[in-house]
Design a protein around this ligand. Structure first.
Ligand SMILES: [Zn+2]
Length: 626
């Protein structure tokens, strides 16, 4: 159990102990009861009786209030009220006593679950009056429940909780409804539309730090976790664009439907929601319902009466009432199950374990409280409490203190790193740094006459990004820039080169560029080529090749297209300060109807000429490119 007014960055970390274990509920299957229906009823009654016992203090204190002290020693009168119940679908049905295959929140009929129609929520007062017949004659009680589509539960635990509407309090569940629900169904549907082509396309995608590389594809994988579905969601749109469909149908409606579902999935996970983002969420769901019939026409589905798909209709209201969906994430409760149950059980001698588990947990809690107290005394306030989440994030690039390779010659930069115009670009950079007032044409002419008197630089093979100026903070993104290398000398194993793409500031705009070299000039060289009268040049530089400005989003799939930018029949290249590189970016090759099978993920950036920008790479990319 937790309380709703704890900042979410504390709430979301099980290690911060914002949730407390209130009790263990028996996991017996009551196999002694041979009648199946009777056994299910008994299990449900057992659960509700246990919950009632745990939550019974709320019956009185919710209304009259109770004095509670906060961490800063101020006493308040608090009215604890059960506001939300966080759980997966079977748990939601158990809590609300709803029949299987129905919505635990609203009165939508089973055959309408796939529609975009809205039905009112179950009326809590009506439900309470039905369950108050628990003590009446069983036949009357069962008949009344049956008529109202409820399971006959003996006095559900929420019956007397003040100010609680259990149907309203059922929250969205990103893990089971989005990752293990919508994404899983979508993947199954796509499997019957062209598994071989989709898998081939997955293996051709360029590598990126935030995108898992599915070398063998995404169709046909078994027992996928929530994280794997999340990884698949990042790339799925790029591999269904232009997918050849039966009867030579255009794939435009299919990509529209996939795009709408992905939009919904990404918007629902925002950690900050506004009226605009909630309207976009609603719009994404409407777009899916408008286009979903394409799956029926292609023979993939007969209907969409799936409770997990219907649950999406309740997101907007739940988020408005209870805050963004990361506040009630079942991933956390699954993690707590390991900490508070499995680990506690392992600490016992497996005999008469319940007492040992509770003692172990009490000691763990006491030790944690003591550690917090010591921290408080040693460092003053243990943690800063006011933290506001934001949609904006600035990343800072870092390289290692020591270069990956020292003294790399310009010739080697051309042949091993592919930086074909390195010397020209370096001359341009030196001239424009020393003479910022020159026009581009004059600067170009002067650069042509600039003689570079050194031949070697130190290079770095990886840029990592953190959202903090302190380089010791967690790596959020990375760009790899390394040439082909022999991994095991003598055995001939070759690790292919990798030159990632990123978003790079170019004057006042941000463009896509492929990064070929990240380098550093020696101190003596720097003082030799840069004028003292100018501001100090950047310590680290990068040689990049530019892509064109992104096109307007495509009308069906919404992705922006880019292609290589040319200068004198070469790919247009520049040298830029390392700090101009903002973020890594993944490009989807424009495959056409059939992806050329000879393409490889390590060389596709050179083999293909036009690409789409993957705006689903991560939530920050999505926010910037939606
Ligand atoms: Zn519903």
């Amino acid at each position: 159990m937790s309380i709703g007014n704890i900042p979410k960055d504390i709430h979301s970390k099980p290690s911060q102990h914002a949730q407390m274990l209130m009790g263990y509920i028996p996991t017996t299957r009551l196999e002694c009861i041979t009648n199946k229906a009777g056994r299910h009823r008994a299990l449900s009654n057992l659960f509700h009786t246990c919950m009632k016992k745990i939550l019974s203090p709320l019956e009185a204190y919710g209304e009259i209030g109770i004095a509670m002290v906060t961490g800063d020693s101020i006493w308040y009168r608090c009215h604890p009220v059960l506001a939300t119940f966080v759980g997966d679908y079977p748990e939601q049905l158990l809590v609300t006593s709803t029949l299987n295959g129905r919505c635990p929140k609203c009165t939508i009929p089973r055959d309408n679950l796939g529609s975009n129609e809205h039905f009112p929520l179950h009326n809590i007062q009506t439900a309470i009056s039905i369950f108050s017949l628990s003590d009446a004659h069983p036949t009357t009680f069962h008949a009344t429940c049956h008529e109202a589509d409820f399971k006959p539960t003996y006095h559900p635990f929420w019956e007397r909780l003040p100010f609680t509407d259990i149907f309203l309090s059922i929250t969205p569940d990103i893990l089971h409804q989005i990752h293990q629900g919508v994404a899983r169904h979508l993947l199954r549907w796509l499997a019957s539309l062209g598994a071989e082509e989709i898998n081939a396309r997955c293996s051709h995608l360029p590598l990126n730090h935030n995108a898992r590389h599915f070398q063998k594809g995404i169709i046909g994988l078994s027992r996928l976790s929530g994280q794997e579905h999340k990884d698949i969601s990042r790339i799925v749109l790029g591999v269904v664009v232009d997918l050849p469909l039966s009867g030579r149908q255009s794939s435009a409606r299919l990509t529209c439907a996939v795009r709408a579902l992905l939009d919904f999935m990404y918007l629902a996970q925002y950690s900050v929601q506004t009226t605009t983002t909630l309207n976009a969420l609603k719009d994404a769901l409407c777009r899916f319902h408008e286009e979903k019939d394409i799956f029926v026409e292609l023979g993939v589905r007969e209907h969409f009466n799936i409770p997990k798909f219907h649950s999406l209709a309740h997101y907007q209201r739940s988020i408005t009432l209870f805050g963004s969906a990361d506040n009630y994430n079942t991933e956390q409760s699954e993690r707590l199950h390991i900490d508070l149950t499995k680990n506690a059980y392992r600490a016992t001698n497996f005999k008469d374990e319940f007492k040992q588990m509770t003692t172990w947990l009490e000691r763990q809690e006491a030790m944690h409280q003591h550690a917090t107290l010591i921290e408080l005394h040693e460092h003053g306030s243990a943690r800063q409490l006011t933290r506001y989440p934001s949609l904006q994030m600035t990343l800072y690039p870092f390289v290692t203190t020591q270069p990956s390779e020292k003294g790399v010659t310009f010739e080697s930069l051309v042949y091993r790193y592919g930086a074909v115009d390195f010397q020209d670009a370096l001359a341009d950079f030196i001239v424009s740094h020393n003479n910022p007032e020159l026009s581009a044409r004059v600067a170009r002419r002067r650069a042509d006459n600039t003689l570079i008197l050194f031949q070697r630089v130190s290079v770095f093979h990886k840029i990592r990004f953190a959202n903090h100026k302190d380089p010791s903070k967690q790596t959020i993104d990375a760009i790899h820039i390394r040439p082909e290398a022999h991994t095991r000398v003598g055995l001939g194993a070759v690790r292919p080169g990798r030159f990632d793409t990123g978003l790079v500031r170019n004057g006042s705009t941000i463009c896509v560029a492929q990064i070929w070299v990240v380098f550093q000039l020696s101190k003596s060289t720097t003082s030799q080529v840069f004028l003292d009268s100018r501001p100090a040049p950047p310590t680290h530089l990068a040689y990049v090749e530019w892509f064109s400005q992104p096109s307007a989003p495509h009308p069906s799939h919404g992705l922006s297209q880019v292609s290589r930018r040319y200068h004198n029949r070469h790919w247009s290249a520049s040298i830029v300060p390392l700090s101009n590189i903002c973020w890594s970016v993944q490009l989807f090759p424009v495959f056409g109807p059939i992806a050329p099978r000879e393409w490889q993920s390590t060389t596709v950036l050179e083999e293909c000429s036009t690409f789409y920008i993957n705006s689903f790479l991560d939530k920050h990319m999505y926010q910037n490119f939606m």
